[in-house]
Design a protein around this ligand. Sequence first.
Ligand code: ADP
Length: 271
Amino acid sequence: MGYFAGIDIGSTAIKIVIVDEAEEIIAYRISPTGSHFHRNTLEALTSLLIQTGIERKEILYITSTGYGRKLFKEADETLSEITANAIGARRLGRAHGTVRTIINIGGQDSKVILLDDDGHVENFVMNDKCAAGTGRFLEMVARNLEIEVDEMGEYHLNARGVPLSINSTCTVFAESEVISLLANGHDRGEIVAGIHYSIARRIVRLAKRIGVRDTVLFDGGTAMNKGLVVAMEDELMREVVVPDVPQITTAFGAALAAREAFIAEERNVHV
Ligand code: ADP
């Protein structure tokens, strides 16, 4: 039995997915990227292999993707995160229809990818210039509110009143706005919900530049935040599909690509 690994080295988290020959997910791991990209990726892979009892030699092909993909020299190939995300999202969203739009909000950037009927990337837009509208921004707000980023969804859904309107479009000003809203006695849930709507509005504006087609899949680590999902659906005025583990879509796509590449190389060797 052979296995294939997709490794997504993101700005915030390293995601590794191992699939088998039937393209089933056998195991995955999410760990912080830190500043030692290469060392931390190797450690994450080693831990996952120990956890699953799979030997390194049983991993027949590794495809790396994401921000730090080129630093992981042990990979057999590298793939852009746009392509890997498209492959993974298409497959994970399959039960809900044909995914034609992907909204991805990661730690340091956000992007919208448009797919054609065959699942190929037709167009995409990306915001990697401004921290507002990214996972980092959510982490900063959580810190200011003295809550955890994984609690933000609950705070939003249990907000006392309506989402507050956050007017600042820059993270630094938004930070002071959040602090002054707190100082004025506003409920944390109302503030969090306001932040979620401001992020959702921003990405929906970006999406409208290239058009939005059904089915829409929302992924990246931030899609674990149920409040942000609600805000996204409200702003888009349609439902979005969120995979069970939305943070690993791109790594899963890379693992599927690894399997394809291995089969193609084997075929070439035998002709
Ligand atoms: P990247 O690929 O850029 O490393 P990810 O897609 O891994 O980014 O997303 C990282 C972001 O996901 C973090 O900045 C954080 O805002 C968000 N996040 C991570 N874990 C959770 C969680 N349990 N609940 C809500 N949001 C989360």
